[in-house]
Write a protein that binds this ligand. Sequence first.
Ligand code: ADP
Ligand code: MG
Length: 729
Amino acid sequence: MPTFRGQALRDLAHRRPMHQTPPSGKISDYYGENVFSQHTMREYLTDEAYKSVMNAVVHGTPIDRSIADQVASSMKDWSISRGATHYTHWFQPLTGSTAEKHDSFIQPTGDGRAIEKFDGSLLVQQEPDASSFPNGGIRNTFEARGYTIWDPTSPAFVIGNTLCIPTIFISYTGHSLDYKMPLIKALTAVDSAATAVCQYFDKDVKKVVATLGWEQEYFLIDRALYNARPDIATTGRALFGHTPAKGQQLDDHYFGSIPERAMAFMKDYETECHKLGIPVTTRHNEVAPNQFELAPIYEECNLANDHNLLLMDLLDKVAKKHEFRVLLHEKPFEGLNGSGKHNNWSLSTNTGVNLLQPGKNPKSNLRFLTFFVNTIMAIHKNADILRAAIAGAGNDHRLGANEAPPAIISVFIGSQLSNLLDQLEKNIKAGKLTPDDKTAIKLEIGRIPEVLRDNTDRNRTSPFAFTGNKFEFRAVGSSANCGHSMIALNTIMAEQLQEFKKAVDTRIKGGDKKDDAILKELQKMIKESKAIRFEGNGYGDEWLKEAKKRGLSNLVDTPRALTVWKDKKVQKLFNDMKVLTPEEVEARMEVDLENYVMRRQIEARVTADLAQNHIIPTAINYQSTIVDNVKGLKEIMSAADFKKASSTQMKLINEISEHLTGVKEKIDELRKERSKVDAIENVEKQAAMYADVLFPIMNDIRNHSDRLEMLVDDEIWPMPKLREILFNR
Ligand code: ADP
Ligand code: MG
């Protein structure tokens, strides 16, 4: 009987690149054509409606009902012209992916006909059945209602036949059940805190937006091979499989030429992205075989995040069309690089200034230093919050593994800027600022642009690195909703900037000149935040020791990392910044813990099933063949000849038996332990048990199974091997 694997490999042999005919004309001709963009709105909306929407976008002014009716009606007309028959509120529940429920525009007229209708009330608010989305105990079962509410700051778009309207998702009681609402609140908080600080330097600054440029890594594997691997198909990662002999040792995949089949896929998703106004520009091979990366030009944070979520969805859809599957899991293949999603982040003013970009004169450089040092201070004070915001079952395999940022949060700024901060710290003596100090500092500050020009040292091992005009948060997982990390980062930054403003104002009231007050405060922060700065190799063992000495946390897994949300100080911070109430913070912790448990639970079940139903029978079959062979030899040979001729077979039989016993014992142990752990009511304890007790047993099962893969005849092995999955495109 042909194995599933055999069939998949035959399918693979027939694969050809599926070139799609690109739309005619230049990219700029069709860019954004499926978006109800500002440009389109100007064409479709009355002046009054257009102004009202723009006011909502820029100032958060509510849109009134009659205007909402007009906007809805225009949105409908425009989307029908783009082929839409249905509409949906598009939202971001705490599952991590996006959700949608499609409704048709059709409304019967009572005379056997129908018209297309879409009014303001349908645009502004909907009531999806919220009971099947995670809520962490916020929504009582008797009050299962939830609302999705239009977010006019992110434009509507058409995918296929559906008009998609970005929305926030809240419970009947007003608690947020998604990533979007707290993200918008965090962005509002950082806007007002940063705008206030900008007033020290430029009174024209009225608004500050956070910018986000994500870089998405992923694996691309053949669809037939994916389907023949129940572990990859159900959990997103290979629970079994010997690491291929040729992995990434030769570094020959990184930036190598992109294989033709993958290229056809990339061109196709790029076209789809461009039509949706997602400014993707970069594509290249990543370090591991079949691993790739793409990146857009950065955008305002909320929009950039919506675009990333849309992109993840698109990748999946387009990949299927090309007989591929995309793996967004953080660590699909043991022993090979995992996938991350670098979050490049900065703050930008309405006057067009990037606040993390050093300027041309001492004044703008002092502004740069202010935001630069405040960011470092924010990370120093709240490293555990950032760590918790990137925690998840998938990322646990990546953080701390050899290629990835370790679970310890630290900040890299490069040797030149480190020296500069050290100088600044020294030049101010105990809060006093002599004229000589000032001259020295001015000189140092004046040198910043020049320092940065030749700042070529780039540290790939740092989880949070300054890269010239932005910080790059690299520890974010490839499957994550960036909302999670961006809520955390922008909230702690808002709090830090508020503290800074208060401290500087106090110094000014005490008689300090503004610049002196700022400098003294910067010096204090440079001193206090020293422990978080690390320029060395983040992957080395010495760093673990050094970090411990410095008192930095090393929260090695998700159950440990998430405990920070119980900290009353952390809850107060999010509450003070008006981002999340303590109740919402705790609910999120619960959701993340449940998610961790569910993922490990599924992995444990799939591990036991595959080992029991695929691997054990295959190994026994092969062993029987050898046993038959030995019996045959014995029949036809003399005792002396037989002993010699059967020695290899006997060794194999014994080795197979050893691993068969190992697998079976561990499967039984896993089942026994799992029934105990699954009965634990407290999800925190349960999650810790999955990490500490069940996960190691799963690894033991894998180790025995992978040994069996090496022993058993290749011909009868049921599941595609990793070398086949990773080296055929
Ligand atoms: P790399 O990190 O690979 O060297 P780049 O430095 O060119 O690449 O930028 C990586 C990402 O950083 C891109 O998505 C880019 O849009 C984004 N980026 C650049 N400037 C900013 C900024 N001011 N704010 C946020 N993201 C930015
Ligand atoms: Mg980068």
